[in-house]
Design a protein around this ligand. Structure first.
Ligand SMILES: C[S@@+](CC[C@H](N)C(=O)[O-])C[C@H]1O[C@@H](n2cnc3c(N)ncnc32)[C@H](O)[C@@H]1O
Length: 199
């Protein structure tokens, strides 16, 4: 396993050099189009980057723990939250997803974009409360056709998100294999699913 320090240095550098830009603009459409399902509570965003999605959640009724391994990204995120006037609804947690842990049934919503840590997925699922949601979107194996150097461990296998949440109620999902940058279409899979309520 690559050490936390190495991963952090790599990502800090990418943010420092301005190489993590978001061509789509701010909040992900996969989040905003599902607004009617999002009824507030405590949310966790893993690998939040500059925090645009976490900030949107804080503006829409959630208290948010936004985590990332990059100190630089979290500094940018906290600055943006301050500018938006919602910093007090957010906690910025500097952590490696591989190592962080929460008690089971802690969050009403777990959010993740453009990040996948396969080994941690079963644990992340347990952090969500019964009746809570996971909203997730990240690159799938179609990405490897465009970027052969990418580590396959960090992209989704076909059907992986729906298999991950197979025992949950799947509210919406998508699998896109095309990449048409100018139209904002990338090879991503997305899912919105609800954990069964306790009987
Ligand atoms: C492609 S960016 C996506 C950021 C954000 N979710 C977005 O969609 O704009 C991937 C993010 O994952 C973070 N990251 C990479 N490895 C990580 C790890 N092991 N634990 C926590 N965050 C990590 C990086 O610092 C970076 O912010």
């Amino acid at each position: 396993m690559v050490g936390s320090r190495e991963i952090q240095t790599k990502w800090d550098q990418l943010y420092q050099e301005g190489r993590i830009s978001r061509h789509r603009g701010n909040t992900h459409r996969w989040l905003t189009t599902h607004k009617r399902w999002l009824s507030g509570g405590l949310a966790l965003e893993i690998a939040c980057g500059r925090g645009w999605d976490a900030i949107w959640l804080a503006q829409h009724g959630y208290r948010v723990i936004a985590t990332d391994i990059s100190r630089r990204a979290l500094q940018l995120a906290r600055r943006a939250a301050h500018a938006a006037g919602i910093e007090e609804r957010m906690i910025f947690l500097l952590s490696n997803v591989q190592e962080v842990d929460f008690l089971p049934a802690t969050f009403d919503l777990l959010l993740g974009f453009s990040f996948w840590e396969r080994k941690k997925a079963p644990v992340m699922k347990a952090w969500v409360k019964p009746g809570g949601l996971i909203l997730y979107e990240t690159l799938n194996s179609g990405w490897l056709d465009f970027r052969p150097g990418v580590n396959p461990e960090h992209v989704l296998r076909p059907g992986e998100l729906s298999a991950w949440l197979a025992d949950w109620e799947i509210i919406d999902q998508k699998e896109m294999m095309d990449w048409r940058e100018e139209e904002g279409i990338r090879p991503v899979n997305g899912i919105l699913a609800r954990k069964p309520a306790e009987k």
